[in-house]
Write a protein that binds this ligand. Structure first.
Ligand code: SF4
Length: 294
């Protein structure tokens, strides 16, 4: 029996170690020791943002159940991308890490394992190739952020934008560029990426000062590693400031926040429906229905 950690468990272990290194220094522990409650609301909030509180719950109930095989491969590649942020890159150690952790990913069928293993190794090669040719400087990887945005939505509420970027880079004009690594088999089209909401939200976060006051966004990029092509498919989104309407990203985030804050949520068929965790209870599937009074 194999008692070693799976790649997901390893990721969880690494993030727990980094979190505790940062938040559980002796001085902080002494403060909590003297605190009558003995716990910190800030730490609970940050642990919730890391998804730890929902680890044992299924995703359809708001939790974050264990990753599927495809997610497991994706997590392993992201893990390798984090290792590749250390210079010089130890290519042999990186490949060894991927191969040695691959068998801990549960595959739905044995025949899939070899195909996914080959795909994972190819993704690492493409990642290393892309890093070698990337002219921008690396600022950080797997960086969490949270920032209150300017303005209010229709309800009068402010918007708190939070998340985690795969890579934060600096271009030759001193602007920050967010890079999102994708491991799915399809690369999004250049047109889709030009209006990609996730990338736009990252740029809004940069402009709002989530990674330092006064920082400018130099665009954002998707680096798709999981396609059948020999190279990474790189699709860029232009800097918000260069758009005909530089406020389009902020307006998009405000629209999304307004929809989330509303009392009713209209289900619209979209590209994510096929793998949505709650599709069987959603009206678009034909099975879900309203369970409250009009
Ligand atoms: S099935 Fe589609 S519309 Fe319904 S909740 Fe999921 S992603 Fe949204």
């Amino acid at each position: 029996m194999d008692f070693s950690f799976s790649s997901d468990q390893q990721l969880l272990k690494n993030s727990a170690r980094a979190f505790l290194d940062e938040h559980c220094k002796p001085a902080a522990v002494r403060l909590l020791w003297d605190d009558p409650r003995g716990e910190s609301d800030t730490m609970w909030k940050e642990m919730a943002q890391l998804g730890w509180l929902g680890l044992s719950l299924p995703e359809r109930h708001g939790g974050s159940e264990p990753a599927s095989a495809k997610q497991g491969v994706g997590n392993l590649v992201h893990d390798a991308a984090r290792m590749a942020s250390q210079q010089p890159i130890d290519v042999a150690a990186l490949r060894e890490h991927v191969l040695s952790h691959f068998d801990t990913i549960e595959m739905p069928a044995a025949w899939l394992a070899e195909r996914e293993r080959t795909r994972a190794v190819a993704m690492i090669d493409k990642l290393l190739q892309w890093i070698a040719a990337n002219p921008r400087g690396l600022v950080d990887v797997e960086l969490a952020f949270e920032r209150e945005l300017a303005g209010e939505i229709e309800t009068g509420q402010r918007v708190l934008l939070g998340g985690r970027v795969d890579r934060l880079e600096l271009d030759d004009r001193g602007r920050l560029v967010v890079v999102d690594l994708k491991t799915g088999a399809q690369a999004p089209s250049a047109k889709d990426v030009a209006e990609h909401a996730q990338l736009a939200a990252y740029q809004v976060a940069v402009e709002a000062g989530a990674f330092g006051e006064g920082c400018q966004a130099g665009g954002a990029e998707i680096v798709a590693l999981g396609t059948t092509k020999d190279d990474a498919a790189v699709r860029g989104q232009a800097a918000l400031a260069e758009a005909a309407d530089p406020s389009w990203g902020l307006a998009l985030v405000h629209r999304a926040a307004s929809a989330m804050a509303a009392s009713a949520f209209t289900a619209l068929v979209n590209d994510g429906c096929g793998y949505c965790a709650v599709r069987t209870s959603c009206p678009v599937s034909g099975k879900g229905r309203q369970v409250t009074d009009e």
